[in-house]
Design a binder for this molecule. Sequence first.
Ligand code: FAD
Length: 514
Amino acid sequence: MKRVTSTNTSTPPPHAAAATEAALTEPLKELADIKFALDQSTIVAITNQRGIITYVNEAFCRISKYSRAELLGQDHRIINSGYHSKEFIRNLWTTIAGGQVWRGEFRNRAKDGSIYWVDTTIVPFLDEHQKPYQYVAIRHDITQLKLAEEQIRQQADLLDKSQDAILVRDMHDRIIYWNQSAERMYGWRIDEVIGRKTTDFLFQSMPPDYPTAQKTLLERGEWRGEFNQITKDGRALIVESRWTLVRDENGEPVQKLVINTDVTEHKRLQNELQRAAQLSFVGELAAGLAHEVKNPLAGIQGAVDILIRRRNPNDPEREALEGIRHEVTRIDATVRALLDRARPRALSTVETSLVKLTSKAVTMARSQAIGAAARGRLIQIEFEPPEQDIIVNADAAQIEDAILNLVINAIEAIEAEGRITVRIERAETEETGEEAVIEIADTGRGISEENLKRIFNTFFTTTKGGTGLGLPAVRRIARAHGGRVEAISQIGEGSSFRIHLPVGDAKSLDRPFK
Ligand code: FAD
């Protein structure tokens, strides 16, 4: 530091000299004491105006792991870790060279390669022309703080990467943390939810078990359960929620940590599976029942036939017996239909007129449409056959079934008034060659994009009372014929189902019937 000198040149009297010495020794001692105190508590370095180190204290040597001899005469590049930008260093130099104090945080590299952080204040000492002649750097070790900050940043990044919505509520249930997954899951941005209560915007109405959940959390420190929630755009969600009470070092509850997992899709699949299991059980049951009923039914039919034959044509009992036979035949047909549903029939193909079988299906469907009209809906079914009939190798009954199924679905999709068009046309593709396409298009309510992906899944249905077996059966029939079925739809505009069947390629029918 700048030496303190006396400016008085005349020789002072002996008593005056003693007084001056005392006056000088006092501040010098005080300065030495301040320097000692500084040395004990901080890391100190002094450089000349070019940045060459002229003084370092013990703490500097300890943290940098260099000896004093190794540091003196060097500049701070010796501990430069290459972390800071040129701009950062330039700013430091322009500040201190301009006579201003600079404050900042340095990331330095010690002699053994380890990294340490120091919170730094550089004070320029100015000469009589206000030019810096040396710089004093006073620092504190903030390595632990920086590491902790880094750790917190990494943990926050991890929380953001999590699939779960993670939020923290204070003890008044106001949100104080909301991770990025919560933004993704609910559509609410962090700035829209901070300070709000989840019960104000994540629930349609206060869930009845919410107060119990709160009570359990306070008593046991955690709670786990399921909630129905809604997103910002009104989508319904089912979430699995885990709450944990966060306590401070004195054991006092301070925050509530909430982790929510979206289980909506999982629940839907679970329900579908459950339904599938139930329906397959019902299928088994139906097959078993049909089998049990069929044999006694055949017995009754045989016995009734004998009794009828024994009566002469005018016998009044004969009419009653014929009535019984008619009912038994009806039961038999129902049982067969039940068996058909439970076990698909094998394919029996012959060369068939597509126009003929389609028009048969359309006629049957029209009788359904008449029923619908009677229930207050106006449905028109149009059939547009091609100019030239198309002959396909097919199981006519099954293709008829498939067309009928699609037309009945189309009738169901029309709420008040609409049109169904059944078209047959030839098509040719590079992959499949010549094809016959049967199109069933309606002007009904349409199918959402999400449901369109799933309509061919067994047991998937959006119709009340539907089984979810119709469309899978249509697909099974098309595939068994070496063809395929596709659907396009637009909500509010209608849907179009197209069955593609190969034309004149008998080999493609060898496919297994699945
Ligand atoms: P450079 O490429 O050398 O410089 C970047 C820019 O800074 C240059 O383009 C120039 O505009 C300006 N600049 C650099 N040196 C000077 C100079 N001598 N005079 C005027 N402008 C200049 N660095 C650390 O890494 N860690 C420290 O703890 C540290 N403590 C310091 C304490 C004091 C008291 C002083 C005076 C400097 C300290 N420095 C420290 C800065 C150090 O002296 C070097 O300037 C720096 O390390 C060089 O970094 P660089 O090679 O990335 O930048």
